[in-house]
Write a protein that binds this ligand. Structure first.
Ligand SMILES: C[S@@+](CC[C@H](N)C(=O)[O-])C[C@H]1O[C@@H](n2cnc3c(N)ncnc32)[C@H](O)[C@@H]1O
Length: 373
């Protein structure tokens, strides 16, 4: 695991970071001595300003915990009002408290790496990283529920079709905004090196925890459910599919796999070093203009960029919220040529216990990068 981090570069001086030492709490650039923290001696933070990031993440966890405590107080008030719903309301309350213990643990892990001066600087931090207390991708990716597997199969089949048709080199690939890592993990045997990166500490921590153990958590459904016993549903996430549980005694191989906390807009790679860049439900998370410029910087000549997802945009700035035809034009500007495309509908992160589900008509494509003209 993480062996291929030897090929990543320092975001300060551009030099290769060199050998990644397991079980160390930092990676030190051998050229400029800049230090990148490795949380819990496992999770590398390869960001331009990792210490500021840690302080911001800590403040985000604090904010979440405060808001969650306020919500719990409201829940207690509802409980007192209707004794008939007392059992359901108590199950929601204990589900939230249970999940919060995990978030509190992550807060403690981060706080060990924080320096006071960085905390002071972010006193006015308003930016939100999102996904700091979100278990929905853990549920879809690692609980082996039929609805999650159905969505993942549609995604993987599309990616595989593009990879097998167009990806001739299959050297080093990266999955951007990789979430809890399932999509990258399942594709790792198709590449010499597979990188996964995400900006959320929670997503990375969930992935690293799964490598070592099962994670028990609650799916909380405060409303819109068929059965009140499913208001707080206890789930177990594991890397082992249920059928293989008995025979599988070894850890799944992670030799060619690396997962680091990173920003898809500032990747720690030298120019033209990756053969494939994969973006699933991610192209609309950051402004595509900046994303495509960064992909064009790191992708090799004739490398493949694969996109899967809607264009729902996770921000309000209309100047970046491009339609598919505008994305097409932007790709051309960055010297990408679409080789194949199709629309693949999926129910996104749906749950069998809920009455609602989001249907995306995902635009998917594979594009080749033909170099700077
Ligand atoms: C909509 S989720 C998709 C997760 C994953 N691609 C999947 O489909 O399973 C978007 C992910 O992008 C991550 N993210 C947001 N901004 C990012 C950035 N600048 N660089 C890398 N990851 C980012 C979020 O933390 C989140 O995990």
């Amino acid at each position: 695991m993480n062996e291929a981090l030897k090929d990543t570069i320092c975001l300060q001086c551009g030099n290769k970071l060199g050998n990644y030492q397991n079980f160390s709490n930092k990676i030190i650039c051998s050229n400029c001595a800049y230090e990148y923290p490795v949380i819990e001696q496992k999770i590398p933070i390869l960001l331009k300003n990792p210490h500021k990031y840690l302080a911001e993440i800590l403040s985000e966890y604090e904010k979440y915990i405060q808001e969650s405590e306020n919500r719990l107080q409201e829940i207690v008030v509802s409980d007192n009002k209707n004794p008939l719903r007392s059992q359901v309301i108590k199950s929601i309350e204990s589900g939230i408290i249970f999940n919060n213990q995990y978030i509190q643990l992550l807060r403690e892990q981060i706080s060990k790496h924080i320096e006071l001066n960085h905390l002071m600087k972010i006193a006015t931090h308003e930016k939100s990283y999102g996904y700091s207390a979100n278990f929905s991708y853990l549920q879809r990716d690692w609980c082996w529920l039929p609805e999650g597997e159905e969505e993942l199969e549609l995604i993987q089949n599309t990616l595989l079709k593009y990879i097998l048709s167009f990806d001739t080199e299959r050297d080093a690939a990266i999955v951007l905004g990789a979430g809890t890592g399932r999509i990258a993990w399942d594709l790792r045997d198709k590449y010499k090196w597979m990188y996964a990166t995400d900006l959320s500490y929670t997503m990375a921590a969930l992935f690293y925890d799964l490598l070592e153990k099962e994670i028990v958590f609650y799916e909380i459904n405060q409303k819109n459910i068929f059965n009140d016993t499913e208001a707080a549903r206890c789930l177990t996430a594991t890397m082992y599919p249920p059928k293989k549980e008995v025979v599988q005694i070894q850890q799944p191989s992670s030799e060619n796999f690396s997962y680091f906390i990173g920003d898809a807009l500032h990747l720690p790679f030298v120019e033209h070093s990756l053969s494939t860049v994969i973006s699933v439900y991610f192209t609309d998370v950051v402004p595509p203009q900046f994303l495509f410029a960064e992909i064009a910087r790191v992708i090799k000549l004739n490398g493949i960029f694969i996109h899967f997802g809607p264009l729902a945009y996770h921000f309000n700035d209309l100047s970046y919220s491009l339609a598919a035809n505008e994305i097409r034009a932007l790709l051309k500007q960055h010297n990408f040529e679409i080789l194949a495309e199709e629309t693949v509908p999926t129910f996104h992160k749906s749950s069998s216990v809920s009455m609602s589900s989001k249907l995306y008509r995902n635009w998917t494509f594979a594009a080749i990068w033909s170099g700077f003209s």
